[in-house]
Design a protein around this ligand. Structure first.
Ligand code: ADP
Ligand code: 5GP
Length: 213
C-alpha cells in the first residue's frame, strides 16, 4: 500500500485589502485538495458573513476560554480584535494529505513558523499603496476609523515581507492565484517532503531507479 505524503501547510499574510481573502476563495474553488482553515474572532460579522463559514464569531469571554484550553495553534490581537486558528482539523487535514491554508496576520504567522518548520509562508502585496487604499474603500466594510487603522498598519506590515518564503503581488487576480498555485506545486515536488516509499512504490519509481542506480 502506498502511504500518502503529508499535506502542505500554507500561511498567507499581507495588509488588509491586498486581496488575501479573494485569492484564497479562488484557490479553494479551483483545488479540491485545499482546506481553508476557519479562524475564530471577536470582531463583529460583516454583512453577509456567516458564523462557522467565514469565521467562528466568539465573545471575548469565549475566546479567552479557548486560549486557556490551548485550543488555538496561534492567536493575536489585530486591528483591535482577537483572531485565532483553532487547533482541531489542521493536524488532521495535513495527516490526511490535504493542503491547509491559514490566512492570518504576521504575528500569528511568526508563531506558526516556530511550531511548523515545514510550513510555506506567502506574503501578498498590493501593486501600490494607492491601490490598496482604493481596494479597502471599494470593499466598503470599514468605518472611517477602521479604514485609517488598517491603512496605517499596512505600512508597518509590509516591512515583514522578508520573514516570508515568497512574495506575490496581487495585480491581476488570475495571475496572483496561478503564482500561489505554482508555489504549492513546487513545494509538493521538494524531495524532503516526499516519503521515500511513495517514490519507490509508484510507477515512476523506475525513473528513480534509473537516476540513482
Ligand atoms: P484582504 O482579504 O487582503 O483584506 P480582500 O480579498 O477582501 O482583501 O480584497 C479587498 C478588495 O479588493 C475587495 O473588494 C476585492 O474584491 C478587491 N480585489 C482583490 N483582488 C483584486 C485584484 N487583483 N484586482 C482588483 N481588485 C481586487
Ligand atoms: P479581517 O477582519 O479583515 O477579516 O481580518 C483582519 C486580519 O486578521 C487579517 O490580516 C487576517 O489575515 C487576520 N486574521 C484572520 N484570521 C486570523 C487568525 O486566525 N489568526 C491571526 N493571527 N490573524 C488572523
Amino acid at each position: 500500500m502506498m502511504s500518502k505524503n503529508k499535506g502542505v501547510l500554507i500561511v498567507i499574510s499581507g495588509p488588509s485589502g491586498a486581496g488575501k481573502g479573494t485569492i484564497c476563495k479562488k484557490l479553494i474553488e479551483k483545488n479540491k485538495n485545499i482546506y481553508l482553515s476557519v479562524s475564530a474572532t471577536t470582531r463583529s460579522p460583516r454583512e453577509g458573513e456567516i458564523d462557522g463559514v467565514n469565521y467562528y464569531f466568539l465573545t471575548k469571554e469565549e475566546f479567552e476560554r479557548k486560549v486557556k484550553e490551548n485550543g488555538f495553534i496561534e492567536y493575536a490581537e489585530v486591528h483591535g480584535n482577537f483572531y485565532g486558528t483553532p487547533r482541531v482539523n489542521v493536524n488532521k487535514m495535513l495527516e490526511e494529505g490535504k493542503d491547509v491554508i491559514l490566512e492570518i496576520d504576521i504575528q500569528g504567522a511568526l508563531q506558526v513558523k516556530e511550531n511548523f518548520k515545514e510550513g510555506v509562508f506567502i506574503f501578498i502585496l498590493p501593486p501600490s499603496m494607492e491601490e490598496l487604499k482604493r481596494r479597502i474603500i471599494k470593499r466598503g466594510s470599514e468605518t472611517e476609523e477602521s479604514l485609517m487603522t488598517r491603512f496605517k498598519n499596512a505600512y508597518k506590515e509590509i516591512n515583514y515581507v522578508s520573514k516570508y518564503n515568497y512574495a506575490v503581488v496581487n495585480d491581476t487576480l488570475e495571475l496572483a492565484v496561478s503564482k500561489v498555485e505554482a508555489i504549492i506545486a513546487a513545494e509538493k515536488c521538494r524531495v524532503d517532503r516526499i516519503k521515500d516509499n511513495t517514490i519507490l512504490e509508484s510507477k515512476e519509481g523506475l525513473i528513480h531507479e534509473q537516476l540513482y542506480d
